[in-house]
Design a protein around this ligand. Structure first.
Ligand code: AMP
Length: 193
């Protein structure tokens, strides 16, 4: 079993790298951002509840996102070799709740990947994605807010995982395949332990 957390600022390439990882290692991909956008698009009650927060670049309440992940983790079937959490945990509270969720299901985190990209490049990438994909939160004002929130609330969770000795920092500038290569080497290394 290999259970991965992929973390990094908005635009660091978490989603792109997660897609490559799940393809090659047969892991269940749980992206809280994708889940929330699906709820919003489907017009569910939860979608209505979170729409304003997501489009303003603010985080949705911890209890709400913890429930979503708790449900999703309990529904993963045996056909997978593990899971990859993309966009969760994003706060120390979420990281602590995840420990309990995993304990209840007999799982543990194998590695925490922290993808690092300079802020200037992040803004550039997100503005381009906004033009291509039309994501509502990919506009300059909201991008700046998301980076601010990331630095204040998500950056500190690195320390939580550094203490557990399964923290890996990846330089996320450059070619997608080259970055994936570095990630693949780490996963292979950790799987052998
Ligand atoms: P993402 O696609 O991961 O960039 O997430 C898009 C947006 O969804 C974020 O800017 C937040 O508004 C919300 N979101 C996603 N994951 C979380 C989380 N773990 N905690 C709080 N808000 C989240």
């Amino acid at each position: 079993m290999i259970n991965i957390i992929i973390s990094g600022a908005p635009g660091s390439g978490k989603g792109t790298q997660s897609d490559l990882i799940v393809e090659n290692f047969r892991l269940k991909h749980l992206s809280t951002g994708d889940m929330l956008r699906a709820e919003i698009a489907a017009g569910t009650e939860l979608g209505h509840q979170v729409e304003k927060l997501v489009s303003a670049g603010a985080y949705v309440p911890d209890n709400l996102i913890i429930d979503i992940i708790s449900n999703a983790v309990s529904q993963i079937d045996d056909s997978y070799n593990g899971l990859i959490l993309d966009g969760f945990p994003r706060t120390v509270e979420q990281a602590q709740a995840l420990e309990e969720i995993l304990e209840q299901t007999g799982k543990k985190i194998s590695l925490f990947l922290d993808i690092h990209v300079d802020e200037e490049e992040l803004i550039d990438r997100l503005l381009k994605r906004g033009q291509i994909q039309g994501r509502k939160d990919d506009n300059l004002e909201t991008i700046k807010e998301r980076l601010k929130v990331y630095n204040a609330k998500t950056q500190p969770i690195s320390d939580f995982y550094k203490k557990k000795n399964n923290y890996y920092r990846i330089e996320g500038s450059g070619e997608i395949e080259e970055i994936y290569g570095k990630i693949e080497d780490i996963i292979n290394l950790v799987s052998k332990e």
